[in-house]
Design a protein around this ligand. Structure first.
Ligand code: MRU
Length: 348
């Protein structure tokens, strides 16, 4: 598959450069993070966002945190663990964050007493997490594209693209591959209120790669389905429970219900690092709630009366019965998900 035409993140000279996603599509600007607290801030502000991208950025944050402790002669195992806990707490829903940080800690464990070797190992592990993400997305894309046997239009929600990963994307990776193979002809992108990841990021990303995209507001999805303008839906995920319940950007659940009503398949594309093998069902997934101002403002304008009560969950959970298939780097799984996901867990 062709490389996408921009870089979401790069590790250069002990600095993590992140494409600032809050400024897209108007401005292309990289943030230089040379300390771990700046990476945490970038994750909280959604300057870097999307489950796998958060995981990879967190891995580099661990490298930066360890470097800072060693440089200031403050390194101890307890202090290092405290830094990793701080990084894990940056956002609660995407399990890739804890997955990546735990992987870094496991690597560090063998070098507790040898800080030079520890820093080297940590950097290598973060580079591996980052390059594995690219390879995994290629696999997901190849498997996913095979689902579409005749050319079709597809709807997606939020941004599960190159911007949400290290490269290619999960759901948008499948779309990229499907488009190259002539299986997907057009993408309908939900704008994705309140932060407009669909309008600002998915539409921009697809246009960068000359993939035909039609932008709609979230409340148009049902009408688009009713009028047979899309024949499938594909989204990414932030956390998948053992029973196949899927947490993803708020609004995903509504799209899944609409797809069921219209007899349209609803696909989820996600790497194994997005599966939480420790929880039975989606009811155990922590759902991030974000600032009220994300809902009461549009751009810089206030669009709601001052003092109004707001509910702003950033994610929802789609029950497994609404999911037609989950595309992973190991292949495509379908119901009964409990059995299939248990098998993925056992294969480790
Ligand atoms: O709040 P965000 O923008 O981080 O939410 C992102 C999503 O919900 C994505 O669909 C998900 O992380 C999958 S990214 C491959």
């Amino acid at each position: 598959m062709k490389q996408n035409s921009f870089t979401t993140m790069k590790w250069q000279h002990n600095c993590l450069c992140l494409l600032n996603q809050t400024l897209l599509p108007a401005t292309i600007e990289y943030i230089k993070c040379s300390d771990y607290l700046r990476v945490i801030m970038a994750i909280k502000r959604l300057e870097v966002r999307g489950a796998p991208a958060i995981g990879a950025a967190a891995a580099f944050a661990v490298v930066l945190g360890a470097q800072e402790l060693v440089r200031s002669h403050q390194f101890s195992w307890q202090k290092f663990l405290a830094v990793t806990e701080e990084i894990k707490a940056a956002r609660p829903t995407a399990v890739n964050l804890a997955w990546a940080v735990n992987r870094m800690v496991a690597q560090a464990e063998n070098y507790r007493a040898e800080t030079t070797a520890l820093l080297k190992q940590l950097e290598q592990e973060a580079m591996s997490i980052s390059s594995e993400d690219i390879a995994v997305n290629r696999k997901i894309s190849e498997y996913g594209a095979t689902l579409f046997t005749k050319p079709l239009s597809i709807l997606t929600h939020c941004n599960a693209g190159a911007l949400a990963t290290v490269a290619f994307g999960t759901a948008l990776g499948v779309i990229r591959q499907g488009f190259q193979e002539g299986r997907i002809t057009r993408v309908f992108a939900d704008e994705t209120r309140p932060l407009l990841q669909g309008a600002r990021l998915t539409a921009w990303e697809l246009m960068q790669d000359n993939i035909p995209v039609t932008l709609i507001t979230d409340n148009m999805a049902g009408w688009v389905m009713k009028n047979k303008m899309v024949q499938a839906v594909i989204v990414g995920a932030d956390r998948i429970a053992l029973n196949g319940d899927v947490a993803n950007k708020i609004g995903t659940y509504s799209v899944a219900v609409l797809a069921k009503e219209h007899g349209i398949p609803f696909y989820v594309a996600a790497p194994l690092s997005t599966f939480d093998f420790t929880i039975e069902t989606g009811s155990q997934i922590p759902i991030e709630e974000r600032l009220e101002t994300e809902v009461t403002t549009f751009g810089n304008s206030e669009v709601a009366p001052k003092g109004v009560t707001v509910f702003n969950p950033a994610f929802d959970v789609t029950p497994n019965q609404l999911v037609s298939a989950i595309i992973t780097e190991k292949g495509i799984i379908r119901a009964p998900y409990s059995r299939e996901i248990q098998q993925l867990k056992n294969e480790g």
